[in-house]
Design a protein around this ligand. Structure first.
Ligand code: ASP
Length: 469
């Protein structure tokens, strides 16, 4: 018989249905066993008479199939809290089978609550169980709704979604690269992308004009609450635009996401207020101030743009480095100084950051679409290998349109919208603070043959390996 989902039960009153799912909780009332059967759509109560074969054996999280008749619950037994009016009905079971019975000790972590109280390492080790809890199911489904919404929104505005390589080349984006050894060219390495920055610019040179991607980025940094070694950006780039165009489009998408998917939330100020970097630093001593009027209100969203950042800052060694993105153009009025390499500390970049409740949730800029500008930036920061950018210089010299874009930290945005304390709560399989996937046991040793194949030798063993962890 065809499977019915829990959420469709209210339409089947009096009918026979087959349900498949997990035994969420079990209560015994003398001759009756009550099971909350959980599937992807919700939870429905099923009632088994004791004489039904094996009814007494069902344990929490067993995978079961039940067949039975949908009945309205007696008035006093209604549970108004369940969604889809599921608490008004129950299924009186005529037969049931185990699809997979829990073996051994049973489920080692509670999954009915929100799970904040459970040790996080244990949750990560058993993530496939942790993800069963309603809160994480909700977070990941809402996250999927957001990305689907973004895809539709941008596709309707003529953006093309394009994937870019994961095996690529080291580029200066401020963090350490993850490297992947080449087997064919021993001693050579790919780098995992810190962002698709160069590829998206090259897609503009290629004439796509409007690109986006839900892109995975990799940065080998020390992990913090809002950072992960791999994270997701909404990455986009547009041709023939100015700063205002990119900002306006992004503001429109952000407002639409909140208004369509989070109607209970309130955006404090529209259009988003703007602050220059200098104003933000003077008033709040940070370039991502929390501008909420009422910080106790979990549904208040204070978006703002921060603009006019200095392009360069001094390094400890007395040289210069970029503050945001070496591919950015300066604000127009500073182009002459950039090309002349003068008044370097005063040059302002076209960078714009979007902030929300004290977090930076995105940033982008108008790019140098001529080689001269990019060369000047690389000179100023004393980049060791400007020839490594020959493909960019060449591309920019071969009909690159004016262009600019942005990237959002998607994990962070979802975290804030879902009122979660850190991005691990909105990522299916996050890593620990020291960059490990406890469940998969990654990173891990590889066998000697694999190292030989790659022409590699380990000079220093990891402390964890030494300690036998
Ligand atoms: N690639 C930049 C970043 O990852 C964002 C951008 O300028 O588009 O921060």
């Amino acid at each position: 018989m065809e499977r019915t989902l829990a959420r469709d039960i209210p339409e089947r009153e009096g009918k026979e249905v087959t349900l498949k799912g997990w035994a969420d909780t079990r209560r015994d009332h003398g001759k009756l066993v009550f099971i909350d059967l959980r599937d992807r759509s919700g939870i429905v109560q099923v009632v088994l008479k004791e004489e039904i074969t094996n009814a007494g054996e069902i344990r929490g999280e067993d995978v079961i199939e039940v067949r039975g008749i949908v009945k309205a619950r007696p008035a006093g037994m209604v549970n108004e809290k369940l969604p889809h009016r599921l608490g008004y009905y129950e299924v009186q079971v005529t037969s049931f089978t185990f699809l997979n019975q829990i073996r051994g000790e049973g489920i080692p972590i509670p999954i009915q609550g929100d799970g904040y109280e459970v040790n996080e390492e244990t949750r990560m080790l058993l993530r496939y169980l942790d993800l069963r809890r309603a809160r994480l199911q909700k977070n990941l489904r809402h996250r999927a709704n957001i990305t689907q919404f973004i895809r539709n929104f941008l596709a309707e505005r003529d953006f093309t979604e394009i994937e870019t390589p994961i095996l690529t080349k080291s580029t200066p984006e401020g963090a350490r690269d993850y490297l992947v050894p080449s087997r064919i060219e021993k001693g050579w390495f790919y780098a995992l992308p810190q962002s698709p920055q160069q590829y998206k610019q090259l897609l503009m040179v290629a004439g796509f004009e409007r690109y986006f991607q839900i892109a995975r980025c990799f940065r080998d940094e020390d992990t913090r609450g809002d950072r992960q070694p791999e994270f997701t950006q909404l990455d986009l780039e547009m041709s023939f635009v100015e700063r205002e165009d990119v900002m306006a489009l992004n503001e429109e998408v952000l407002i639409a996401i909140v208004e369509k998917l989070y109607p209970e939330k309130k955006i404090q100020e529209k259009p988003f207020p703007r602050l220059t970097y200098a104003e933000a630093m003077e008033k709040y001593s940070t370039d991502r101030p929390d501008l909420r009027n009422d910080k106790n209100d979990p549904n208040l969203l204070a978006f703002a743009w921060i603009v006019d950042f200095p392009f360069f800052e001094k390094t400890d060694k007395g040289g210069w480095t970029f503050t945001h993105n070496p591919f950015s153009a300066p604000k127009e009025e500073f182009m002459e100084d950039l090309l002349a390499r003068k008044n370097i500390g005063d040059i302002l970049t076209s960078q714009y950051d979007v902030i929300l409740n004290g977090w930076e949730i995105g940033g982008g800029s108008i790019r140098n679409h001529t080689a001269e500008g990019l060369i000047a930036v690389l000179n100023i920061i004393g980049h060791k290998d400007p020839q490594g950018f020959k493909h960019m210089f060449d591309a920019l010299a071969r009909g690159a349109p004016p262009h600019g874009g942005i990237a959002w930290g998607l994990d962070r945005l979802v975290m804030i919208l879902e009122n979660e304390p850190n991005i691990r709560e909105v990522i299916a399989f996050p890593k620990t603070g020291d960059g490990r996937d406890l469940m998969m046991r990654a990173p891990s040793e590889v066998v000697k043959e694999q190292l030989d194949e790659l022409g590699l030798e380990i000079k220093k063993e990891s402390a964890k390996k030494k300690n036998g962890k």
